[in-house]
Ligand binder design. Structure first.
Ligand SMILES: C[S@@+](CC[C@H](N)C(=O)[O-])C[C@H]1O[C@@H](n2cnc3c(N)ncnc32)[C@H](O)[C@@H]1O
Length: 245
Protein backbone atom coordinates (compact mmCIF):
# COMPACT_ATOMS: atom_id res chain seq x y z
CA UNK A 1 0.00 0.00 0.00
CA UNK A 2 1.59 3.19 -1.11
CA UNK A 3 1.04 6.62 0.27
CA UNK A 4 -0.64 7.44 -3.04
CA UNK A 5 -3.34 4.79 -2.46
CA UNK A 6 -3.98 5.82 1.11
CA UNK A 7 -4.35 9.46 0.05
CA UNK A 8 -6.77 8.48 -2.70
CA UNK A 9 -9.04 6.72 -0.18
CA UNK A 10 -8.74 9.51 2.38
CA UNK A 11 -9.91 11.96 -0.28
CA UNK A 12 -12.73 9.73 -1.48
CA UNK A 13 -13.85 9.04 2.10
CA UNK A 14 -13.75 12.73 3.01
CA UNK A 15 -15.62 13.99 -0.05
CA UNK A 16 -18.40 11.48 -0.81
CA UNK A 17 -17.97 8.28 1.26
CA UNK A 18 -21.24 6.52 0.38
CA UNK A 19 -20.81 7.05 -3.34
CA UNK A 20 -17.13 6.02 -3.11
CA UNK A 21 -18.34 2.67 -1.72
CA UNK A 22 -21.17 2.10 -4.21
CA UNK A 23 -20.47 4.25 -7.26
CA UNK A 24 -23.96 4.43 -8.76
CA UNK A 25 -23.93 7.43 -11.09
CA UNK A 26 -27.20 8.85 -9.73
CA UNK A 27 -25.91 8.77 -6.12
CA UNK A 28 -22.87 11.01 -6.64
CA UNK A 29 -22.74 14.14 -4.47
CA UNK A 30 -24.17 12.71 -1.24
CA UNK A 31 -27.36 11.39 -2.87
CA UNK A 32 -27.40 7.90 -1.32
CA UNK A 33 -30.37 7.36 0.98
CA UNK A 34 -28.65 5.76 3.99
CA UNK A 35 -31.42 3.28 4.69
CA UNK A 36 -31.31 1.99 1.12
CA UNK A 37 -27.53 2.00 1.17
CA UNK A 38 -27.29 -0.17 4.30
CA UNK A 39 -30.07 -2.43 3.01
CA UNK A 40 -27.74 -3.39 0.12
CA UNK A 41 -25.34 -4.73 2.77
CA UNK A 42 -28.10 -6.76 4.45
CA UNK A 43 -29.07 -8.29 1.08
CA UNK A 44 -25.46 -9.02 0.15
CA UNK A 45 -24.64 -10.73 3.47
CA UNK A 46 -27.88 -12.73 3.22
CA UNK A 47 -26.72 -13.99 -0.20
CA UNK A 48 -23.28 -14.92 1.16
CA UNK A 49 -24.78 -16.79 4.12
CA UNK A 50 -27.10 -18.70 1.77
CA UNK A 51 -24.11 -19.62 -0.36
CA UNK A 52 -22.18 -20.86 2.69
CA UNK A 53 -25.19 -22.89 3.84
CA UNK A 54 -25.42 -24.46 0.37
CA UNK A 55 -21.70 -25.28 0.46
CA UNK A 56 -22.21 -26.92 3.86
CA UNK A 57 -19.69 -24.89 5.86
CA UNK A 58 -19.81 -25.35 9.61
CA UNK A 59 -18.06 -22.13 10.59
CA UNK A 60 -18.54 -20.55 14.00
CA UNK A 61 -20.39 -17.31 14.72
CA UNK A 62 -18.08 -15.70 17.27
CA UNK A 63 -16.03 -13.34 15.06
CA UNK A 64 -16.36 -11.94 11.53
CA UNK A 65 -13.82 -9.67 9.86
CA UNK A 66 -14.98 -7.18 7.20
CA UNK A 67 -11.79 -6.27 5.36
CA UNK A 68 -11.94 -2.85 3.67
CA UNK A 69 -15.11 -1.99 5.58
CA UNK A 70 -15.62 1.54 4.22
CA UNK A 71 -18.57 3.09 6.09
CA UNK A 72 -19.58 -0.29 7.53
CA UNK A 73 -22.19 -1.31 4.95
CA UNK A 74 -21.30 -5.01 5.40
CA UNK A 75 -20.00 -4.83 9.00
CA UNK A 76 -23.42 -3.67 10.12
CA UNK A 77 -25.17 -6.57 8.39
CA UNK A 78 -22.61 -9.05 9.76
CA UNK A 79 -23.14 -7.69 13.28
CA UNK A 80 -26.68 -9.09 13.23
CA UNK A 81 -25.28 -12.59 12.66
CA UNK A 82 -21.92 -12.72 14.52
CA UNK A 83 -21.16 -12.04 18.17
CA UNK A 84 -18.39 -9.63 17.23
CA UNK A 85 -17.33 -7.92 13.99
CA UNK A 86 -14.06 -6.18 13.22
CA UNK A 87 -14.11 -3.72 10.31
CA UNK A 88 -10.66 -2.82 9.00
CA UNK A 89 -9.94 -0.01 6.56
CA UNK A 90 -6.99 2.13 5.48
CA UNK A 91 -9.00 5.34 5.33
CA UNK A 92 -9.50 7.31 8.54
CA UNK A 93 -12.25 9.34 6.84
CA UNK A 94 -14.16 6.14 6.02
CA UNK A 95 -13.69 4.83 9.56
CA UNK A 96 -14.92 8.11 11.08
CA UNK A 97 -18.10 7.89 9.04
CA UNK A 98 -18.45 4.16 9.83
CA UNK A 99 -18.34 4.90 13.57
CA UNK A 100 -20.89 7.71 13.27
CA UNK A 101 -23.28 5.80 11.03
CA UNK A 102 -23.18 2.64 13.16
CA UNK A 103 -22.91 4.24 16.60
CA UNK A 104 -25.93 2.34 17.92
CA UNK A 105 -24.43 -1.07 17.11
CA UNK A 106 -22.29 -2.24 20.05
CA UNK A 107 -20.57 -5.33 18.61
CA UNK A 108 -18.48 -3.76 15.83
CA UNK A 109 -14.92 -2.49 16.26
CA UNK A 110 -13.72 -0.26 13.44
CA UNK A 111 -9.94 -0.39 13.18
CA UNK A 112 -7.38 1.28 10.96
CA UNK A 113 -5.14 -1.06 8.98
CA UNK A 114 -1.94 -0.46 7.05
CA UNK A 115 -3.24 -2.01 3.83
CA UNK A 116 -0.53 -4.72 3.78
CA UNK A 117 -1.07 -7.06 6.68
CA UNK A 118 -3.03 -7.61 9.88
CA UNK A 119 -0.27 -8.61 12.26
CA UNK A 120 -0.69 -6.91 15.60
CA UNK A 121 -4.40 -6.40 14.79
CA UNK A 122 -5.82 -9.91 14.35
CA UNK A 123 -4.51 -13.13 15.93
CA UNK A 124 -3.72 -16.33 14.02
CA UNK A 125 -6.61 -18.79 13.54
CA UNK A 126 -9.13 -16.53 15.30
CA UNK A 127 -11.76 -15.43 12.75
CA UNK A 128 -14.81 -17.51 11.79
CA UNK A 129 -15.66 -15.53 8.63
CA UNK A 130 -13.34 -13.25 6.71
CA UNK A 131 -15.28 -11.28 4.10
CA UNK A 132 -13.98 -8.70 1.63
CA UNK A 133 -15.85 -7.33 -1.37
CA UNK A 134 -14.86 -4.51 -3.77
CA UNK A 135 -11.65 -3.89 -1.81
CA UNK A 136 -8.67 -5.94 -3.03
CA UNK A 137 -9.36 -4.65 -6.54
CA UNK A 138 -8.15 -1.22 -5.45
CA UNK A 139 -4.70 -2.43 -4.33
CA UNK A 140 -1.71 -3.41 -6.44
CA UNK A 141 -1.09 -7.14 -6.95
CA UNK A 142 1.68 -7.36 -4.34
CA UNK A 143 -0.70 -5.99 -1.69
CA UNK A 144 -3.42 -8.39 -2.73
CA UNK A 145 -1.04 -11.37 -2.39
CA UNK A 146 0.00 -10.28 1.08
CA UNK A 147 -3.60 -9.67 2.22
CA UNK A 148 -4.92 -13.00 0.93
CA UNK A 149 -2.04 -14.65 2.81
CA UNK A 150 -3.19 -12.78 5.90
CA UNK A 151 -6.79 -13.96 5.45
CA UNK A 152 -5.41 -17.52 5.39
CA UNK A 153 -3.41 -16.88 8.57
CA UNK A 154 -6.24 -15.40 10.66
CA UNK A 155 -9.08 -17.73 9.70
CA UNK A 156 -9.98 -20.23 12.45
CA UNK A 157 -10.05 -24.00 11.89
CA UNK A 158 -13.42 -24.72 10.24
CA UNK A 159 -13.72 -21.02 9.35
CA UNK A 160 -14.24 -19.57 5.89
CA UNK A 161 -12.84 -16.76 3.80
CA UNK A 162 -14.89 -15.14 1.07
CA UNK A 163 -13.44 -12.43 -1.13
CA UNK A 164 -13.68 -10.90 -4.57
CA UNK A 165 -11.03 -9.61 -6.89
CA UNK A 166 -10.72 -9.18 -10.67
CA UNK A 167 -8.41 -11.62 -12.44
CA UNK A 168 -7.73 -9.66 -15.61
CA UNK A 169 -9.11 -7.01 -17.94
CA UNK A 170 -11.99 -8.20 -20.09
CA UNK A 171 -10.64 -7.70 -23.59
CA UNK A 172 -14.12 -8.20 -25.07
CA UNK A 173 -14.99 -4.71 -23.81
CA UNK A 174 -13.63 -1.36 -24.99
CA UNK A 175 -12.97 -0.28 -21.37
CA UNK A 176 -11.10 -3.51 -20.68
CA UNK A 177 -8.83 -2.95 -23.69
CA UNK A 178 -8.23 0.65 -22.63
CA UNK A 179 -7.31 -0.52 -19.12
CA UNK A 180 -4.90 -3.16 -20.41
CA UNK A 181 -3.22 -0.74 -22.85
CA UNK A 182 -3.00 2.35 -20.63
CA UNK A 183 -2.80 1.00 -17.08
CA UNK A 184 -3.60 2.92 -13.89
CA UNK A 185 -0.85 5.52 -14.16
CA UNK A 186 -2.16 6.93 -17.44
CA UNK A 187 -5.82 6.35 -16.59
CA UNK A 188 -5.38 8.41 -13.43
CA UNK A 189 -5.13 11.51 -15.62
CA UNK A 190 -8.76 11.39 -16.94
CA UNK A 191 -9.91 9.99 -13.57
CA UNK A 192 -8.65 13.16 -11.91
CA UNK A 193 -11.11 15.13 -14.03
CA UNK A 194 -14.00 12.90 -13.02
CA UNK A 195 -13.30 12.37 -9.31
CA UNK A 196 -11.26 15.48 -8.49
CA UNK A 197 -7.55 15.93 -7.98
CA UNK A 198 -6.94 13.52 -5.12
CA UNK A 199 -10.07 11.39 -5.48
CA UNK A 200 -8.86 8.83 -7.98
CA UNK A 201 -10.07 5.22 -7.68
CA UNK A 202 -7.57 2.78 -9.19
CA UNK A 203 -8.44 -0.76 -10.29
CA UNK A 204 -5.96 -3.64 -10.10
CA UNK A 205 -6.10 -7.35 -10.84
CA UNK A 206 -4.65 -10.60 -9.51
CA UNK A 207 -4.70 -13.61 -11.79
CA UNK A 208 -7.13 -16.36 -10.74
CA UNK A 209 -4.49 -19.10 -10.93
CA UNK A 210 -2.27 -17.13 -8.59
CA UNK A 211 -5.10 -16.63 -6.08
CA UNK A 212 -5.79 -20.37 -6.12
CA UNK A 213 -2.09 -21.14 -5.59
CA UNK A 214 -1.99 -18.88 -2.52
CA UNK A 215 -5.11 -20.48 -1.03
CA UNK A 216 -4.02 -24.06 -1.68
CA UNK A 217 -0.46 -23.30 -0.55
CA UNK A 218 -1.90 -22.20 2.81
CA UNK A 219 -3.77 -25.53 3.05
CA UNK A 220 -7.23 -24.10 2.53
CA UNK A 221 -9.93 -26.06 0.72
CA UNK A 222 -11.30 -24.02 -2.20
CA UNK A 223 -15.06 -24.58 -2.05
CA UNK A 224 -16.18 -22.34 -4.90
CA UNK A 225 -14.85 -19.90 -7.47
CA UNK A 226 -17.73 -17.97 -8.96
CA UNK A 227 -17.55 -15.48 -11.81
CA UNK A 228 -18.32 -12.18 -10.08
CA UNK A 229 -17.97 -8.91 -11.89
CA UNK A 230 -18.42 -6.39 -9.09
CA UNK A 231 -15.42 -4.47 -10.50
CA UNK A 232 -17.61 -3.78 -13.56
CA UNK A 233 -17.74 -5.21 -17.08
CA UNK A 234 -14.20 -4.10 -17.97
CA UNK A 235 -12.81 -6.93 -15.80
CA UNK A 236 -13.22 -10.67 -15.43
CA UNK A 237 -13.58 -11.11 -11.68
CA UNK A 238 -14.27 -13.92 -9.25
CA UNK A 239 -15.66 -14.52 -5.78
CA UNK A 240 -13.52 -17.06 -3.93
CA UNK A 241 -14.84 -19.19 -1.07
CA UNK A 242 -12.30 -21.25 0.87
CA UNK A 243 -12.38 -23.11 4.17
CA UNK A 244 -9.68 -23.82 6.71
CA UNK A 245 -9.38 -27.51 7.54
C1 LIG B 1 -15.41 0.44 -2.62
S1 LIG B 1 -15.13 0.57 -0.90
C2 LIG B 1 -15.95 -0.92 -0.32
C3 LIG B 1 -16.32 -0.88 1.15
C4 LIG B 1 -17.01 -2.14 1.68
N1 LIG B 1 -16.22 -3.33 1.42
C5 LIG B 1 -18.37 -2.30 1.08
O1 LIG B 1 -18.53 -3.11 0.14
O2 LIG B 1 -19.29 -1.63 1.55
C6 LIG B 1 -13.41 0.14 -0.74
C7 LIG B 1 -12.88 0.35 0.67
O3 LIG B 1 -11.63 -0.34 0.78
C8 LIG B 1 -10.70 0.48 1.44
N2 LIG B 1 -9.38 0.03 1.00
C9 LIG B 1 -8.79 0.17 -0.20
N3 LIG B 1 -7.61 -0.47 -0.23
C10 LIG B 1 -7.47 -1.05 0.99
C11 LIG B 1 -6.46 -1.87 1.58
N4 LIG B 1 -5.38 -2.27 0.91
N5 LIG B 1 -6.62 -2.25 2.86
C12 LIG B 1 -7.74 -1.89 3.57
N6 LIG B 1 -8.72 -1.14 3.06
C13 LIG B 1 -8.58 -0.74 1.79
C14 LIG B 1 -11.07 1.90 1.04
O4 LIG B 1 -10.60 2.85 1.96
C15 LIG B 1 -12.59 1.80 0.99
O5 LIG B 1 -13.17 2.12 2.23
Amino acid sequence: MTDRHRKQWEALGASDPYWAVLTHADKKGGRWNKEQFFQTGVDEVEGIEQKLARLGTKHGRALALDYGCGVGRLSRALAARYTKVIGVDISQAMLDEARTANAEIPNIDFVRGNGHHLSGLVADRSVDLVYSNIVLQHSPAENQRSLIGEFCRIVAPGGVIVFQTPSHANLRTAKGIVHRVLGNRLLNIPRRFVYGKAGVMELHTLDRDEVLRILRGADLRVLEVERYDSAGPAFVGYLYVAAKR
